[in-house]
Design a protein around this ligand. Structure first.
Ligand SMILES: Cc1cc2nc3c(=O)[nH]c(=O)nc-3n(C[C@H](O)[C@H](O)[C@H](O)COP(=O)(O)O)c2cc1C
Length: 374
């Protein structure tokens, strides 16, 4: 039985935290198709939680009855991290906390945060210790998600995994790319196997390039990993989670839906988001989702453009009504990349950052308030 601490999801499948995407409405759509999995909220700054701001409070919204309530925190200061975790647990706001050590955004790594932290193993250890120590009295499991390292010459994932075990982390997830690689090229699944070999004590989850349910099986077989983390593959395709549960139980995935079913899901998602953010803000935010839902369906550029400018729910309904619901996805349409695809990037680091890996001084990242994830 797959478990993360006390959590026992129905299958070893986790929704990857995605900033600006995996909010309560998005998770509700996924849960509709596959209840009982772990769906992680978008990343929240530990310092924003401690200093309190209204936007952060909205970001940590969970649906009534959502279980488990899973949240990713970003932070590079052990004291702030410990305090954020303690507050969340003490107020009974979460059932699971994931820590982000993979964010490659220049704004973050330039200060020594995110994907830069594992290059300073002592700092990494103290952040993990603070989080696990704060969560332990409440029985809340802490997990960690990280990349292979900063660059091919600076691979830190095995050491990060060992430190995570030593500090009492309940499971680890590897996005099998370096920070430098960003989102380009193929994820290096061999690294997931190497991490699994290095860490036998806790579940090792593999992440990167699972576009269809069969890819999850292929990854688990190729690497021996205990479970999978799904990012871009579910953008505009929340039913992927149902396919994953089916396939991991030896069943066939459902056929890819026709456009009519897709836009019916799209319309419900938009309404949930409008309830969450208010229609105005929600519809602006929803524009990216329309592009993802339509990916692979030959609706034409003009239709896509109209969806990408949608401003109201009524307008969305009109656009949907004009579509041919019998349209099928193009062959291979499920695998068309969506979300981030760019890279490589030049990893920005503080001057002299790599000179002293034993330095455990927390980076000053207090001004890093708007991030783009991991
Ligand atoms: C829009 C977007 C936002 C992301 N935000 C985060 C984040 O907040 N935290 C994180 O750990 N990873 C974040 N990621 C990375 C994903 O969690 C995942 O590791 C990555 O997309 C690779 O998995 P995939 O190939 O299944 O997409 C983000 C990715 C995307 C596309």
């Amino acid at each position: 039985m797959f478990r993360i601490g006390p959590l026992e999801p129905v299958a070893p499948v986790v929704l990857a935290p995605m900033a600006g995407v995996t909010n309560a409405p998005f998770r509700a759509m996924c849960r509709e198709f596959a209840p009982g999995l772990i769906y992680v909220n978008e990343m929240v700054m530990a310092s924003a939680l401690v200093n309190g701001n209204a936007k952060t409070q909205r970001m940590i919204t969970f649906a009534d009855g959502e279980s488990p309530r899973s949240l990713q925190l970003y932070g590079s200061d052990p004291v702030t991290m410990g305090e954020a975790v303690r507050r969340l647990c003490d107020a009974d706001r979460v059932d699971h906390i994931d820590l982000n050590f993979g964010c490659p955004a220049a704004k973050v790594t330039r200060k020594g945060g995110g994907a830069a932290v594992p290059a300073k193993p002592r700092l990494l250890r103290s952040i993990l210790r603070a989080a696990v120590g704060a969560a332990a009295p409440y029985g809340v499991p802490v997990t960690a998600k990280f990349r292979m390292g900063l660059t091919d010459d600076l691979l830190t994932f095995r050491l990060t995994g060992r430190i995570a075990v030593e500090e009492g982390v309940a499971a680890i997830a590897l996005h099998a790319r370096t920070a430098e690689q960003h989102y380009a090229g193929a994820a290096d699944w061999a690294a997931i196997g190497e991490l699994k070999d290095a860490v036998a004590e806790i579940p090792v989850l593999g992440n990167g390039d699972i576009w269809e349910a069969a890819d999850a099986l292929a990854m688990m077989r190729a690497t021996g990993c205990d479970g999978v983390v799904i990012g871009r593959g579910c953008l505009g395709r929340p039913w992927l989670f149902a396919d994953l549960v089916a396939v991991l139980n030896g069943l066939a995935p459902a056929p890819t839906p026709l456009l009519g079913q897709v836009v019916e899901t799209m319309a419900r998602h938009a309404r949930l988001l409008a309830g969450h953010l208010g229609e105005n803000l929600a519809m602006r935010d929803f524009r990216k989702h329309t592009a993802w839902y339509l990916t692979g369906y030959p609706v034409g550029g003009e239709v896509r453009r109209r969806f990408s400018n949608v401003s109201t729910l009524a307008e969305l309904d009109d656009l949907i009504a004009a579509l041919d619901p019998t349209l099928a996805v193009v062959p291979g349409g499920e695998r068309i990349r969506r979300g981030h695809t760019n890279g490589p990037i030049r990893v920005a680091l503080p001057a002299g950052y790599l000179d002293d890996p034993d330095d455990a001084t927390p980076p000053d990242d207090a001004d890093v308030m708007a991030l783009s994830g991991g």
